[in-house]
Design a protein around this ligand. Structure first.
Ligand SMILES: Cc1cc2nc3c(=O)[nH]c(=O)nc-3n(C[C@H](O)[C@H](O)[C@H](O)COP(=O)(O)OP(=O)(O)OC[C@H]3O[C@@H](n4cnc5c(N)ncnc54)[C@H](O)[C@@H]3O)c2cc1C
Length: 473
């Protein structure tokens, strides 16, 4: 839809072909119905195929800045982007010319120009001010109408064929043997795009769902179904910590869910170990965060409170967390002995620290009895279990709730300036159909919208240039 708006605004006659009975369904489902449509602090490094994404987003921001219609908003975006985070926070409270805060990036500028009011939440996540995904869809639909873009629903494209001998012209074969001719095409068909849509020459990585819950060894977690805890989770492979997330951990009967698990699922392979630190929110017990950076970072990334891709030692992380937890538990035990006496039990030491069902599982994992007196050995074992609760990952827990797909058309086949196929002028591929994905936090929709706008505009201008050349002949 964004591609169609951008192409129409650049002067093209545009038709949207949508397989389902209405356009924009994925937008309505996003962000729990609220549509986290972008992020105020987009970092290309957060994306799979980051170098390509960095090039695309740099061109996109530049294009938006030089676009006359978006220029006013983009100038604001530029000044906001140059500003250090600390100052930007104050600055964001200031209200810009249209009664809105200044735009942090070109996607926001595009939406604001078309009438969307928006607001920023934790970690830079951006939502419509109306707090409903339908507001984003309404704005896009209105922009399509305003530019008289034809929208055909129930129109599934089965194959896209270049017309040989006609450079830059295509035949789209639709279900039911209808065909549509186009001078340029933007493929924005999402992550489950059929490989068969494009000619075989396009290199493609088979897709798999990611950004979803992780299935684990269920021995302990099955007794914690639906329990939420705050902490850190590190993903470990052969003793190396690959990634670490801090935030909410939701236990499921089959594994773990929540934003931290979703983000880790992008890096996870079956057989990896999840190192759960249930005290990871306490100062001095951060573990993976501290091991990755020496000290906790306050830079939010994609969705959970902290997220770090770190090539740090998992052992160093666990021992840092253990030392902090051990000192904390010792202080806590001393305080509680003043109330409950010298025969303080493990159950009493855990009460009020974690929920009772979590306490039972932690004690079992630690190999201590809940009614045993908390001696030094029990305290060490509990501190270890609370900070280094290790479970092995088996795979994605429930593919139906995954938010994106890893895989798709290889980015190397497309020009970062236009998303146009290097070997097929006039053919552009955008969004999740490319082998690009990112963590939670508005990154994936930002990518879909930014690439859509860039490609739609390029498709229209490229088509016009080709038409001019043809007319001249
Ligand atoms: C539950 C859920 C929540 C999410 N929440 C967020 C969020 O808050 N923030 C965020 O950044 N990301 C979120 N995502 C991810 C985000 O929705 C996607 O990354 C994004 O929608 C991808 O955009 P796209 O345009 O590439 O593809 P899509 O949005 O998937 O759109 C593709 C469209 O093409 C149509 N189509 C497919 N094949 C054909 C065909 N052959 N012919 C014609 N039409 C076809 C589809 O019906 C669909 O309408 C969420 C995903 C899910 C599943």
């Amino acid at each position: 839809m964004a591609a169609a708006v951008a192409a129409a605004e650049a002067g093209a006659r545009v038709c949207v072909l949508e397989a389902s009975d209405r356009i924009g369904r994925p937008i309505l489902a996003s962000g729990n119905g609220r549509c986290n449509f972008s992020n105020a602090r987009i970092e290309a490094a957060q994306y799979h195929n980051a170098a390509f994404v960095a090039d695309v987003l740099a061109v996109f921001e530049q294009t938006v800045r030089t676009d006359t219609k978006l220029n006013a908003r983009a100038t604001q975006a530029r000044s906001s982007q140059r500003m250090p985070h600390s100052r930007r926070a104050d600055h964001d409270d200031q209200v810009g010319a249209l009664g809105m805060p200044e735009c942090p990036n070109g996607v926001v500028a595009f939406f604001q120009q078309h009438g969307l009011a928006w607001r920023e939440e934790a970690e830079g996540r951006l939502y419509p001010l109306a707090n409903k995904a339908s507001a984003v869809l309404d704005v896009l639909r209105a922009a399509l109408d305003a530019r008289a873009v034809e929208v055909r629903c129930n129109a599934r494209v089965e194959r896209l064929e270049p017309c040989f001998g006609k450079r830059g012209s295509f035949t789209l074969r639709l279900e039911g043997s209808t065909t549509v001719r186009a001078r340029a095409v933007v493929v924005a068909s999402g992550g489950a795009t059929a490989r068969t849509l494009l000619p075989d020459a396009f290199s493609y990585t088979t897709t798999r769902p990611v950004l979803g819950p992780i299935a684990t060894d269920a021995r302990f977690v099955r007794r914690l179904d639906n329990i939420r805890a705050k902490g850190t989770v590190a993903l470990e492979r052969q003793g190396r910590m690959l990634a670490c997330e801090r935030g909410e951990i939701m236990f499921r009967s089959y594994g773990i869910s929540g934003i931290a698990a979703f983000n880790l699922s992008r890096h996870m392979q079956p057989g990896d170990v999840l190192q759960i630190n249930l005290l990871g929110q306490l100062p001095g017990v951060q573990g993976c965060v501290a091991a990755a950076h020496g000290e906790p970072s306050t830079a939010g990334t994609g969705g959970s409170e902290y997220a770090h891709r770190a090539d740090a030692s998992a052992k160093a992380s666990a021992s840092a967390a253990f030392a902090g937890a051990n000192a904390f538990m010792r202080r806590r035990a001393d305080d509680l002995r003043a109330v409950y006496g010298e025969s303080l039990t493990c159950a009493e030491a855990l009460r009020g620290l974690v929920l009772p069902s979590v306490a039972n599982v932690v004690a079992e994992y630690a190999g201590v009895r809940m009614d045993a007196v908390l001696d030094d050995a029990a305290l060490d074992a509990l501190a270890g279990a609370l900070t280094n609760f290790r479970i092995s990952a088996c795979g994605i827990g429930d593919a139906r709730v995954c938010q994106v797909h890893r895989g798709g058309f290889a980015v190397e086949s497309f020009a970062p300036q236009t998303l146009e196929a290097l070997r097929q002028p006039g053919l552009h591929v955008v969004g999740e159909a490319l082998d690009v994905d990112a963590p939670c936090g508005g990154y994936n929709l930002h990518w879909a919208f930014a690439t859509g706008i860039l490609a739609g505009r390029a498709a229209a201008l490229g088509g016009a240039a080709r038409r001019k050349a043809k007319d001249a002949r």
